[in-house]
Design a protein around this ligand. Structure first.
Ligand SMILES: [Fe+2]
Ligand SMILES: [Fe+2]
Length: 238
């Protein structure tokens, strides 16, 4: 299938190098990624030939891994998410909480949007902490045992929550809430543009917010579009 008519989320799955291009052009490939690339370009007034050229370049400079996350064992993918997404999310949210508080208390009178930014960081931290705990304590271990029993030809493991689709739907709804809060931060900060004469802490806050947004988009993409899709598929095979 031609790249232009493929859904953005599918391109992100098939060609992980495309994620950098989507980030650069502000294209949502995780929660809102169920749209063909050509439609996204039209909506966001981005040149389709330019994106196609950048995607081809990215693929050439970063060859795709031989075994992508769509086929690697789910236990490995879970381990990757916990180490590379959950651990930095916890540490960065701690930093962002302190940074947003400091910058708001120093510059909030001149820049009232900083009060909203601090509130949104707080909201994301309160949403993400129990969310990741639930994934690590309940959902991920269940997905790993589901994969293991399937591999050994045994019946599906018992789950108090019934179908695996139930906790997955609730996790995806929470991802959406965090996605909306991040989009609000991007808008309030005018795409992370610093005001003239911003102090180093202001710089640190905006850089960390931009990095955190990228990290969260990758995190949510790996769960919504790869791990959860594969887990539901696995659970459905009876
Ligand atoms: Fe997660
Ligand atoms: Fe999650």
């Amino acid at each position: 299938m031609q790249t232009a008519v493929k859904q953005v989320r599918d391109l992100a799955i098939e060609q992980p190098s495309s994620v950098r291009v989507f980030e650069r052009f502000g294209i949502d490939y995780c929660c809102g990624g169920r749209k063909p690339l050509e439609q996204v370009c039209e909506e966001q007034q981005i040149s389709l030939p330019q994106i196609l050229e950048k995607l081809a370049e990215a693929q050439q400079s970063a060859p795709e891994p031989t075994e992508p996350w769509t086929t690697r064992p789910l236990a490995e993918l879970v381990e990757h998410i916990v180490q590379k997404c959950h651990a930095p999310t916890r540490s960065e949210l701690e930093r962002l909480t302190a940074l947003s508080h400091k910058v708001r208390s120093r510059h909030g009178s001149l820049h009232p949007e900083l009060t909203q930014v601090e509130g949104l960081v707080q909201q994301i931290a309160e949403e993400m902490a129990p969310h990741m705990d639930k994934e690590e304590r309940v959902l991920f271990p269940y997905i790993i045992s589901l994969e293991e029993t399937r591999r050994r030809g045994l019946p599906k493991p018992y789950a108090f929550f019934g179908s695996v689709a139930t906790p997955i739907a609730s996790m995806m709804a929470q991802h959406d809430i965090v996605g909306v809060a991040l989009a609000s931060i991007r808008e309030l900060t005018n795409e992370f543009q610093l005001p003239d004469g911003a102090c180093p802490t202001y710089h640190a806050l905006y850089t960390t917010l931009a990095d955190f947004e990228r990290l969260t988009h990758r995190h949510v993409h790996l769960e919504n579009n790869v791990l959860f899709v594969r887990a539901i598929d696995l659970a459905g095979k009876d």
